[in-house]
Design a protein around this ligand. Structure first.
Ligand SMILES: *Cc1c(COP(=O)(O)O)cnc(C)c1O
Length: 447
């Protein structure tokens, strides 16, 4: 007890620690509150006898986060390509560079040549138009839910939207499409049954109150067996516009996901407007894409609500770069051959096993995720580890201190699987280093 009292007395005072030049510099970079809490944590450790009082400044410097936001970088080894809880699509290097360039003042809404006001986000909009030539016009809002709200508000408030009973989906976290639509003042006219809806069902429901037919891709579940649904082409033959929510953001057909709808195909088949997410299979920032008939897109873009849903310069920059730049990570990861993933898993497992960690490579199945292609299993490969490592890898002290990225895998048959389908090859070394460091601290240290 005497020793503890001594340590308490010797713990350096806050202003003395803050005077350390490294911490003073960090204050400029991260702000006072963050540095202060790092100092307080270090003082607490000294008082608890965990570290020497003289080590407080070093400990405070070590525990400083790398940046001023609490969002922690994660390596997504869950095997779910589009993981909503992990921020969905990781951005490409091109998109990250564009974000950085747009972060300061930028000509978002200004024409540098004439010195006059310019069209907001014109680069992003022309990139989207070029990527979807079947669309007469395009518009971008904050997310696909916002795109649907804007379409329903501008085109159907006080009127009816016809939707199949098989497509009244919940998109996640309790958000239900019918509630979203009705919040705009539109009324939903349900047609058909859960498993079967025909073009005739829609036709019979059309009346003077009908604003449009909504066709929604059930992107997170699948109905199998005795089923029927009306195609876009059949619906386009009806007397009202068809708005199609494809969900995923695929702009053209994807050879590996033949059942996943894409914007170009639905527009060519006669959809008046297609809505989609920017951060699902398109692999860009969160955004809601609207593409289709010029008159309808103009009505949406001019509606007062559009102002409340418009995207900022960061989204505009990242979306444009995603559309014009090289294939984004999601597209690369989706296309990676299983043999390649297996070879990477084998190499990582060998390195880990060589230092005494119980690691082995194994085949497994990955998924696209809530963002698309329900029921599709993507052949994948994983590094299998003791399940006890999961917590340390995800949230160990080194992760909380920003010294290594969090690694999130999944537990299967009592083992922790780090599935490589959603991990870019460029991250293999960071992943391997994270496992080594976690095994050295965690309870599952081998040997
Ligand atoms: C994901 C999804 C949405 C919601 O998209 P956000 O961009 O997350 O708002 C809407 N409809 C479908 C079919 C979806 O798959």
């Amino acid at each position: 007890m005497v020793a503890l009292v001594d340590v308490r007395r010797l713990t350096p005072r806050t202003d003395a620690v803050l005077a350390d030049p490294r911490l003073a510099a960090a204050e400029h970079r991260l702000g006072r509150a963050i540095v202060l809490s790092a100092v307080r944590r270090a003082q607490d450790r000294a008082r608890a006898g965990e570290i020497e009082p003289t080590a407080v400044p070093d400990a405070a410097v070590e525990s400083l986060p790398s940046h001023a936001a609490t969002l922690t970088p994660v390596i997504n080894a869950t095997g779910v390509l589009l993981h909503t809880n992990l921020g969905r699509a990781p951005l490409s290097a091109a998109a990250r560079d564009a974000l950085e360039a747009a972060a300061g003042s930028t000509d978002l809404e200004f024409d540098l040549a004439s010195g006059q006001r310019g069209r907001r986000g014109r680069g992003m909009l022309s990139a989207l138009s070029a990527a979807v030539p079947a669309a007469e016009a395009v518009h971008v809002v904050n997310n696909n839910a916002a795109a649907l709200v804007l379409a329903a508000t501008a085109l159907a408030a006080g009127r009816e939207v016809i939707v199949s009973r098989g497509e009244l989906i919940e998109i996640g976290d309790g958000f239900r499409l019918p509630d979203l639509l009705e919040s705009t003042g539109a009324r939903i006219r349900e047609v058909g049954t859960t498993n079967r809806t025909t073009a005739a069902d829609y036709a019979a429901a059309i009346g003077p109150q009908t604003a449009f037919v909504l066709k929604v891709h059930p992107s997170n579940y699948r109905i199998e067996g005795f089923t029927a649904s009306a195609s876009i082409a059949e619906l386009a033959a009806l007397s009202v516009p068809v708005i199609g929510d494809i969900g995923s953001g695929l702009l053209t057909p994807h050879p590996l996901l033949p059942a996943e709808p894409d914007a170009s195909s639905w527009l060519t088949a006669g959809a008046a407007v297609v809505t989609a997410s920017g951060d699902k299979l398109l692999g860009g920032p969160q955004a809601g894409l609207l593409a289709g008939r010029a008159d309808l897109i103009a009505r949406l873009a001019r509606h007062p609500l559009a102002r409340a849903l418009r995207v900022d310069k960061l989204t505009a920059a990242a979306l444009e770069a995603t559309l014009t730049g090289p294939r984004p990570p999601v597209a690369e990861q989706l296309a990676a051959p299983q043999a390649e993933l297996a070879a990477r898993a084998g190499r990582i497992a060998d390195v880990l096993a060589a230092v005494g960690i119980d690691a082995r490579a194994q085949h497994c199945g990955a998924a696209v995720g809530g963002g698309g292609a329900p029921g599709v299993s993507l052949p994948s490969a994983a590094v299998s580890l003791p399940a006890e490592l999961a917590v340390e890898l995800r949230s160990g002290l080194a992760v909380r201190r920003g010294a290594r990225p969090a690694v999130v895998g999944r537990i299967e048959d009592g083992r922790l699987l780090l599935d490589l389908r959603a991990v870019s090859e460029a991250d293999d070394q960071r992943l391997t280093a994270a496992v080594r460091s976690a095994a050295a601290t965690g309870p599952a240290e081998a040997g």
